[in-house]
Every structure is written in C-alpha cells, then in structure tokens.
Write a new protein. Sequence first.
Length: 516
Amino acid sequence: MFEGQPKGLFALALANTGERFGYYTMIAVFALFLRANFGLSPGVAGTIYSSFLMFVYFFPLIGGIMADKFGFGRMVTTGIIIMFAGYLLLSVPLGGNTTALVVMLGALLLIGFGTGLFKGNLQVMVGNLYDDPKYADKRDAGFSIFYMAINIGALYAPTAAIMIKEWAEKSLGYSSNDAYHFSFAVACASLILSIAIYYIFRGTFKHTEGGKKAEAKAAAVSTEPELSKEETKQRIIALCLVFAVVIFFWMAFHQNGLSLTYFADEFTAKSSEGVQAMAFDKPWNLLTLTMLIIIVYACFSLFQGKTAKTKGISAVVIIAAILVILWRYGAFSGQAEVSAPIFQQFNPFYVVALTPFSMALFGSLSAKGKEPSAPRKIAYGMIVAAAAFALMAIFSYGLPMPETVLDADGNPVGKHVADVTPNLLMGVYLILTFGELLLSPMGISFVSKVAPPKYKGMMMGGWFVATAIGNQLVLVGGLLWGAVPLWVVWSVFLGVCLVAAIFMFVMMKRLEAVAK
C-alpha cells in the first residue's frame, strides 16, 4: 500500500497530522463551549460554529491565489504562525462577557485565515509530487494515504479534548467553562510539532513549494502539455460543477459537530456496557481503537507481504495486538460513561481503519480496468451519505422534540430526553465515512489532476470554498433543532444529498471527459 510513493508524501502527511490534531481537539468541544460559556441558543451557537467552519475553508481560496504568486511553501509557514496566534488567544479564559466574545471571534478569524494559508497549499504540494511521471499512477493512492494521516490526528483529538478539560476541572480547580480553554491550548503545542516536522524533512518535498527556482525544477520533470484557452476553460467549468455538488455533502457531513453532537448530548444513552463500552472508556478507548487499526494493517501486510520474514512479523504483531485487547477487556469494569464529543472519534477511526480496504478495492478494480472515475466515486459518495441520514430519520421517528432548559446560572442547555443506544451514531458515522472516502480524497485528487497548471492554487482554493459554503450551511441543523421533529431534520440532509447525486450523474459524461 505504501510502496512506490514519493518520500515527501509521508513528511507532508505527518506535518498535516499535527495541525489536524490541534484543530479537531478544538472542534470536538467548540459547539458545547459556545452554549455553556456564553449561554447561546442552539441556533446562535450553530451559526457561529458554521461560520467559523466556513472561514476555515473559504480562506484557502485567498491562500491559493497568494501561493500562485509567492510560492506554496512560504504560505504554509506563514499560515502556521498565524494559526498559532489564534489558538493562543483562544486559550485564554476571559469568562463569558462581551469582551470575551469579541476576543474569541478575533481568535477564530486568525485561525481561519492561518488555516487558509496552510491547508490548501500543503495539499497542492502533495499533488505536485505526482507531476513527476515516475509517480503519476500513484496519485489517488497517495491522496488516500494523506487523507488517512489527517484522520490519525483527528482520531485522538476528541478524547484528548475531554480528558484535558476534566483534568483542568479536577486537578487545577478551574470552572467547567474555563476548563474548555485548556482543550484549545493543545492546538498550540500541536502546531509546534507540525512546523518542526515540516522543516526537518523539507528536503524531501522542497521542489514542490513553488517560487521561481522550484517551478523551473518541476517543469524539467513534468510532461504535461500546455493547455489551450478552451481546454483551460473546460477544466475550470468541470471543477466548478464538482464544487457545486460537494457543497451539499459537507453541509450534511459536518453535522457531526452540530446537530449530531446535539443528538448525542440530548438523546443518546449516557452509559455503555460490555464490549461496546471499551470504545468509550477514556483513555483506554484510544488503546483499544489503536490495536484494532494495527490488526487491520498487519493483516494486509500478512496477506500482501512478499517475504516469509514480513509475514512472520505481521503475524506476531496481530497476536500481540489481540492479546493487548484481551488484557484490557479482562481489566475493564464493564461499564463506561458516554459523553457527546467522544462520538467524533469514530469517523477518523473508521477512515484510518477502512483506507486499506478502499485502496485494495479500487486497486483490484483498476487492475481489471473497471475502477470508477473520480467524478463517479463522488456521486456514489453522495448516495452513501444519504443512506446515513435515512438511518437517522428512521430511528428518530417517534422520538420527542428537543427540550431547552436553563441551568443553575440561567444558561440555556439541552435537556436529556431519551436513551438511544450509542450503536445508532456509531453506525451512522461508519456509513458517513464510506461516503467520505469515496468523495473527499478522490475529490482532492481530481482537483490536483484536472486543475490547469497556472491555477492550481486557486482551484484547490475553489475546492475549499465549496467546502466553506457547505460548512456555512451546517447552521441549518442548528436552526432546525427543536423547531421540527427529529426525523424531519435528518430528512432535509437526506434530500439534499440525493439531489446532489442526481445532478452529478446528469453531468457525468462532461466530468469524465476532462478526467481522462
């Protein structure tokens, strides 16, 4: 799976892993923080949350335009510095007054702009690795590996956010609201790690950073012919069509941090028992999930290994991981507390665990000449996402309306009104992850392949602008929450995913023509 990939891929992936760990540590508790610290309603909190996500994914357009002129590497470094300033500002507990709210909004603006300079341009650099003909046929696989690395950072973030908050409350005596800021401070440390990795291994990807010298070197190995104005126009139109579709995927998918988190907080059982509970037993849940991931990768190594030594080592690793899980199960009390943010660990866990299966499947289809095109995979991803919300709608039918009550300080909070099994959200996140693996890494790969060379930064920025618009539309979940029955909330997202999939299939011939 990892064979034949450029060395720069792993360095860039690890640099991104550190940044994503900090980002998702913040995101795991951010919506709940807004309601608890500032006393905001679900709709207002959802508007701030979705607006922040929108800016995080809109600014890559500006970052891409700047990178096309000044170089991708320079923008990546500048972005990390600006993000660090934003997270540092967000880490300061200032209470819940107007001043604190203004400072928080300023911090969010810095984080959004810094991420805009960093995120898209780092991914353009990954794509540039595959302009070398030696690696051209590894592009989709490379982006799948890169995407997996992003989710390794996201996997550990929810548990880290919860445990750091609890530690600040119990060990340092901070109030519940002030303790949230310690979760935000983790991002500062993770960015230091990220920039360290970037510069230590810079030699493996420096030629992808842009600038006059790097562009001259890249041009020497690239065999891509210069595009005519008409070809450039066709490619840009095709990309814009894809961007229009993915808006609705992210609108639905990123309900994981809003309405699906509200559902986890207000409708899902607060405790879990048996084997299932091992996934919620902090911090040992991370050990369990990590061992499962190790088993998956070791199994692939066992069956795909070319030497007896490789197969033998893989078998030993599998047995050791199973023994660790059995040891943990024997020491486990049998019951664990279920907190709402912890559900956000399942999506990145599924991404990391399922990526080898996805790559093996499409690798097999490619060998037979039957692999679907990137646009077709995106359309399938929309259908899968629709299935996830169909499941939510079915199992939410008949549940009571969300109820908002006031806590001891007079702040509005959601009232726990049901005890739905955690299996529902675990299953929904699994289905959504299948859709994500079909859409997100393939979409990024498609952009890096189809984008006209002179507009690579801008077009990758366009992908993120589409994501930004979808993230802004996430607020729909907050506005619907408590206003309509739950099954109607999920049906809205079911509907938009299906409409987007139909549109994608209608435009398929046009999209596949430029993907060849």
